[in-house]
Design a binder for this molecule. Structure first.
Ligand SMILES: NC(=O)c1ccc[n+]([C@@H]2O[C@H](COP(=O)([O-])OP(=O)(O)OC[C@H]3O[C@@H](n4cnc5c(N)ncnc54)[C@H](O)[C@@H]3O)[C@@H](O)[C@H]2O)c1
Length: 247
């Protein structure tokens, strides 16, 4: 079956790095038009723009600020006339532990949870106008394990994404919009760069598929969930972790 993604308009928060950027590359290859929303999207915009400049746009902003989240959706529609797929990949990782500052707790939840909600709410309203849409959220294996290196703010935020995904799926379903969560395992991106090499090796050794994940492994599942073949999947949680956690 074809993916049916040609000419779909995709907004990717956190699209300037890691999983978001790999998803942008994969969806551009499927013929989508792409908007990257990130704090500093210029380098990614230049990279993708070199491939098909007329089909790529960037919005510079902080999605934890509600007006900036709404602006990302609004600018997408202004630039390309529609919004079909939202990928909420913007996120921050926290390893401080329970001794973290009040500010770090609030900032992590503001970006990972509130930013996801603000973007998704505005996007679903737009998708509902034409009765078709896909929202793909990024949770984490840490929501099931309680986290390895990840601290309580990160684990809480990624667990909250699971509840949010189900709630939004119920709200959006009658409008023809699916909402699904991907739970990546350990994925080699700038976010996980700082994890010690020995710890990365230990994770690899425990993983049934005997390797750590790549951003492209997650991007392939983003394409799958966005595609026509995934039309009856909503409110789902998709583990993509090489078998490290199975449930
Ligand atoms: N890498 C992993 O192992 C892993 C595992 C599980 C879940 N995830 C989740 O996947 C998502 C992407 O992670 P990644 O590994 O690609 O990370 P990354 O650090 O490579 O990319 C995250 C992007 O989000 C952007 N961002 C951060 N705060 C923002 C804000 N307030 N407004 C706009 N953009 C902002 C960053 O600038 C960056 O470009 C995150 O939500 C992360 O929690 C990653």
């Amino acid at each position: 079956m074809k993916t049916g993604l040609e000419n779909k308009v995709v907004l990717i928060t956190g699209g300037a790095s890691g999983i978001g950027l790999a998803s942008a590359r994969a969806l551009l290859e499927e013929g989508c038009r792409i908007v990257l929303a990130d704090l500093r999207p210029d380098a990614a915009l230049a990279e993708l723009g070199a491939l098909r400049s007329q089909d790529v746009h960037a919005v510079t902003g902080d999605i934890s600020v509600p007006d900036e989240a709404r602006r990302a959706v609004r600018e997408t529609v202004e630039r390309f006339g529609s919004l079909d797929v939202l990928v909420t990949s913007a996120g921050v990782y926290e390893t401080t532990g329970v001794e973290m500052s009040d500010e770090e707790w609030e900032r992590t939840l503001a970006i990972n949870v509130s930013g996801t909600f603000m973007c998704a709410r505005a996007a679903i309203a737009e998708m509902a106008r034409h009765g078709w849409g896909r929202v793909i959220t990024l949770s984490s294996m840490a929501a099931h394990t309680g986290g390895g290196a990840a601290g309580p703010a990160y684990v809480t935020s990624k667990s909250a994404i699971l509840g949010l995904t189900k709630s939004l799926a119920k709200h959006a379903g009658p409008h023809g919009v699916t909402v699904n969560a991907i739970l990546p395992g350990f994925i080699e991106t700038p976010m996980t760069d700082k994890i010690a090499a020995g710890d990365q090796e230990a994770i690899r050794a425990m993983t049934p598929l005997r390797r750590n994940g790549t951003a492209e492994d997650i991007a392939a599942v983003v394409v799958m969930l966005a595609s026509e073949g995934a039309r009856f999947i909503t409110g789902a949680q998709i583990n993509v972790n090489g078998g490290l956690v199975m449930d």
